[in-house]
Design a protein around this ligand. Structure first.
Ligand code: ATP
Ligand code: MG
Length: 560
């Protein structure tokens, strides 16, 4: 495990969960801290999951405890092995290790069944034959108490027989469910005799056709936690009410009703501006082909962000920056981008790429000559060494870096009769230019000062502007994909049709030119394209050179 993960627990900012753990340890309630990350394998993980992963696995690292990876696979209809594999890969990529083997809630199906039998025997659960519509009616509302089901007082013996019959496939889907007998007048709706088991004739990716009854989340989750010896079960705030049910189930099962049994604590989920986080919505974007797939670099998925050039360290750092609380909020994109920028600024090698090229001909440079120049890989870090770049009679600069007439004295780029420094190279001066029939600049003619390679002009002329370039004969064509926020509004989930507010300019593809050494660029390794931003080679497309823009050099969100 890397050192940045293994920071001493005391160095990290305290939060309410750490306070609880510290108190529990002081009171000697637990020998070891055990957490778990419990994804449902029905989609790819997103940045919200990364927050939960960093919290759960991070606590285990800091307290020298353990964190389980448990697939919450109690709903066979929506789940898939593709998602299981991608989730494992994402957790490992983030730099974390789960304790022992991967766990599956489905490993405990027999245990859930036995727990239900125990509740039935204690008169705390019953098989109910109300239709789903009737069940809804009987449940009441926030203002009105519910009504008892007519099946509520069936004897334990009869319920046991019915439940066995449910397991044996003796009832159709929807015909009956097993319900907890709690309190139909509870002010917590989840306590009004919630369903524990239902009938589903579905093939399950782990247990095949062995089961035709499946437990509900609220029943399965707390028992899974208890079976695994989880001490602190951390989930998001929408499960706050369900904590009553979590406690009720464990308190009523003899094996688990102990002082050191797991306890649930809730924290606020991550909401990030200009994107959506619900798996249902992410599924929809993929299904409707509005993105290329789950790993489209515009997606807030871990695989998408990885493809875009985000590093594991930057996502862990982001999780620390946003912290853990119980306050519901929207996190600004700028915080995420600052985390990756701060990481890459230190480590990313520099290179020059011209994203929207126009040709510049250096009139006083010898025909046919190309010279090699040693440029630093990182201007602030000499140990990263030098790279070879080239200069010659024909070069390319970015279209935005030339204007025939400088609009004002602050213009720091190339103009006619104005000097500018080429990054890592000579000073050149604009002389004249040609345009096409529409008036677009096609070629700029310039002269260079041969005495200015790596030094200022001897006569004391001040040249302040610096622009980047590539030498024409050595430059390599590359496709450069520039991403912007995926949605045009900060909270797309609030829209009636969130797909209607997709940003049509969230992906702009440019055909640019890069330094020759970039043909060897490794996927996912960040480069700073000087003056442009951070980019990495695409990790999927191999038949051509494609670079994804990770993030710009400055925070542009503040202005938007
Ligand atoms: P979604 O609502 O996107 O479908 P989910 O909560 O159903 O997500 P799970 O696979 O059940 O997805 O989530 C696994 C874990 O990740 C849970 O403990 C859940 O609380 C946590 N989690 C999911 N989304 C977020 C989020 N936005 N912020 C923090 N934690 C999250
Ligand atoms: Mg869930």
């Amino acid at each position: 495990m890397s050192d940045s993960i293994k920071k001493d627990a005391v160095e990290r900012p305290v939060n309410f969960i750490r306070n609880i753990i510290n108190e529990d340890l002081e009171a000697q309630k637990h020998q070891i801290i055990r957490t778990r990350f419990p994804p449902e394998p029905n989609g790819y993980l997103h940045i919200g999951h990364a927050k939960s992963i960093c919290l759960n696995f991070g606590l285990a690292v800091d307290y020298q405890g353990e964190c389980n990876l448990r697939f919450d696979d109690t709903n066979p209809a929506k789940e898939d092995m593709e998602f299981v594999e991608s989730i494992k890969q994402d957790v490992e990529w983030l730099g974390f290790h789960w304790a022992g083997d991967v766990c599956y809630s489905s490993n405990y199906f027999e245990r859930f069944y036995q727990a239900a039998v125990e509740l039935i025997q204690k008169g705390l659960a019953y098989v109910c034959f109300l239709s789903s519509e009737e069940t809804r009616e009987y449940r009441g509302s926030l203002k009105e108490p519910g009504k008892d089901s007519p099946y509520r007082n069936t004897s334990p013996e009869e319920n046991l027989a019915l439940f066995e019959k449910m397991r044996a496939g003796g009832f159709k889907e929807g015909e009956c469910v097993l319900r907890a007998k709690i309190d139909m007048a509870s002010s917590f709706m989840c306590m009004r005799d919630p369903t524990l088991f239902r009938v589903r004739f579905e093939h399950h990716h782990q247990t095949g056709d062995e089961w035709c009854i499946y437990p509900m989340y609220d029943f399965a989750h707390c028992i899974s936690d208890a079976v695994e010896g989880v001490t602190h079960s951390l989930c998001t705030l929408e499960f706050q009410d369900n904590r009553r049910l979590y406690d009720w189930v464990l308190d009523n099962l003899d094996e688990f009703n102990k002082p050191d049994r797991p306890r649930q604590y809730e924290f606020s989920r991550l909401n990030l501006e200009y994107t959506v986080m619900s798996k249902r919505k992410l599924h929809q974007l993929v299904a409707d082909k509005l993105v290329e797939g789950w790993d489209d670099p515009r997606m807030p998925t871990i695989s998408g962000m990885r493809r875009r050039g985000y590093t594991p360290a930057s996502l862990r750092d982001f999780a620390e920056r946003i912290g853990i609380s119980k306050v519901d909020s929207m996190t600004e994109m700028g915080i995420l981008e600052a985390a990756i920028r701060d990481d890459l600024n230190v480590v990313a090698p520099r290179t020059m790429a011209v994203i929207d090229p126009i040709k510049v001909i250096i009139e006083n440079y010898p025909e046919g000559q190309v010279e090699s120049i040693q440029a630093p890989v990182h201007p602030q870090n000499e140990t990263m060494g030098k790279r070879e770049i080239f200069f010659g009679k024909e070069i390319y600069i970015d279209r935005a870096d030339f204007q025939p007439e400088a609009p004002n004295r602050k213009f720091m780029r190339l103009a006619l009769d104005k000097e500018v420094r080429l990054r890592n190279s000579y000073i050149i001066k604009g002389e004249r230019f040609e345009t096409d029939a529409d008036g677009n600049v096609t070629t700029v003619y310039a002269t260079y000062d041969p005495e200015t390679l790596g030094k200022n002009p001897a006569d004391g002329r001040k040249v302040k502007g610096v622009i980047h370039f590539v030498e024409a004969s050595k430059a390599v064509p590359a496709e450069i994909r520039i991403y912007d926020r995926l949605f045009t509004v900060a909270n797309p989930a609030k829209e009636d049709d969130f797909e209607s507010v997709i940003n049509p300019e969230s992906l702009v593809i440019k055909q640019g030119l890069v330094e020759p050494s970039m043909v060897n660029a490794k996927p996912e390794l960040a480069y700073q394209f000087e003056r442009e931003g951070y980019f990495c080679r695409d990790n999927k497309i191999t038949d051509k050179l494609v670079f994804n823009k990770t993030v710009g050099l400055r925070d542009v969100w503040a202005k938007k």
